[in-house]
Design a protein around this ligand. Structure first.
Ligand code: NZQ
Ligand code: ZN
Length: 386
């Protein structure tokens, strides 16, 4: 296990009715609140009204219309609003897109140049306004991590940035807020949680037993509860376990002490940058193909571990047969959750595969992945996704 720093800085207020603590949480930062949210789901499901009612005594300025795959233009709009209104704290109400946009807004206020610089060069992030989140989607882990992913569609760039200063101070996670999620978002969010775990489970570091056991537990949680949430959207147990899995998958619990760059995320981010697709859908498509592509004498034992410990498959003499069964089970799971499993279904063809492969390798550091990937490898994986 390599050396690491682990810090779970975010206060998590988890469970039914935790929203009642919001005024108390915000009071510590000041009166002027930027309320950031997406395309209107929080108005349709009543969360917006609840918050407005609770925050009667605060000065609320709204940043609305944050896109899934949030755009740099929206970040810039948020920064302006903060400056004009002397904002004390940013309140992000929504999924990963709203939280990510809010993080870079909060970082951009004190930065004199263009906020896109903060996405391209995370080291430029310095002072960040406090960020509080109300989570409405189980997926990215943004509610408890230091990352933000922002898109610049005119140049087909979707890039991740990171700073410990951007980690939310408090996140309110009420599983009932997930009841109104469209099925595809429940499924895509679960694929995202699972991918965060896979990216760290399949690692060059082989002696991080504790992390791998956390990882297997989180994967089993997703496999058990996503189908239940899809069938019965108001099943509290299912929503609560998925929500907590989202936060635990990317807060360092599974990844600390592990070496290497991620594999599927850089490839998916290119698909989103060129075609604006849902992050979790792209990951569900790429993941099983990547698994098949990297399966070899060097990796087969890890896939056997995955088959036995996560899918409870019986031990087999033929290791490759068992590994392939686990990969097939992964693909079938995503398909059964209702995720389109080919790029063709998303109207994506090979037009930009070379551009995507080039960017994925350079932005994602794929040469340092579990199995190093070059541009040709990424192109082949994308072709397998057609
Ligand atoms: O915009 P609204 O109207 O709110 O609707 C959203 C959006 O259309 C809807 N939604 C969210 N909560 C809902 C709801 N609809 C009904 N009821 C609710 N309770 O769902 C749609 C998707 O929302 P979004 O925030 O885009 O989803 P997600 O949480 O999956 O975030 C995806 C973004 O996060 C980035 C992705 O790349 C993508 O840009 N990621 C962020 C990471 C991080 N910060 O650590 C890591 C991830 O790997 C990922 O890259
Ligand atoms: Zn992700």
């Amino acid at each position: 296990m390599v050396n690491f720093k682990f810090n779970a800085y975010t206060e998590m207020l988890f469970g039914k009715g935790q929203i009642s603590n919001l005024p108390e949480v915000l009071k510590g930062y000041g009166k002027n609140v930027l309320l950031a949210y997406g395309g209107g789901s929080i108005k349709r499901n009543g969360i917006y009204n609840t918050i407005k009612e609770l925050l009667k005594d605060f000065n609320i300025v709204e940043l609305d219309g944050i896109e899934p795959n949030p755009r740099i233009e929206t970040v810039r709009r948020g920064v302006e609003l903060c400056r004009e209104n002397n904002i004390d704290v940013v309140l992000a109400v929504g999924g990963g897109s709203t939280i990510d946009c809010s993080k870079v807004v909060a970082a951009g206020v004190s930065y004199e140049g263009d906020t896109w610089d903060l996405v391209k060069e995370p080291s430029k992030i310095d002072k960040v306004l406090p960020i509080v989140t109300v989570l409405t989607m189980a997926a990215t882990g943004s509610e408890m991590d230091q990352f933000a992913v922002i898109s610049k569609m005119d140049t087909n760039e979707k890039l991740g940035t990171s700073s410990w200063n951007m980690i939310p101070k408090t996140s309110i996670c009420d599983p009932e807020y997930l009841y109104t999620l469209p099925s595809i978002q429940t499924a895509a969010g679960t694929a995202d949680i699972m991918s965060h775990v896979f990216e760290e489970y399949f690692s060059k570091t082989t002696d991080a037993f504790v992390q791998d056991k956390f990882a297997e537990g989180l994967l089993q949680t997703c496999i058990k509860y996503c189908p239940i949430a899809l069938k019965d959207p108001e099943n509290y147990e299912a929503r609560a376990n998925l929500m907590w899995a989202s936060s635990m998958a990317l807060n360092g619990l599974c990844g600390s002490g592990k070496e290497g760059a991620w594999s599927c995320h850089p490839i998916e981010h290119e698909l989103s940058a060129f075609y604006d697709i849902t992050h979790g859908v792209g990951l569900a498509i790429v993941t099983p193909r990547w698994m098949r592509y990297i399966l070899s004498e060097n990796t087969v034992d890890k896939f056997v571990e995955y088959a036995i410990n996560v899918w409870h498959m019986p031990v087999k003499e033929d290791k490759f047969a068992l590994a392939n069964e686990a990969i097939d089970a992964t693909e079938k799971f995503f398909k059964d959750c209702g995720i389109p499993m080919t790029l063709e279904e998303l109207n994506i063809d090979e037009t930009y595969f070379d551009n995507m492969a080039k960017s994925a390798v350079s932005h994602g550091g794929l040469a340092y992945a579990y199995v190093p990937l070059n541009e040709g490898d990424v192109r082949k994986i994308l072709e397998m996704c057609l």
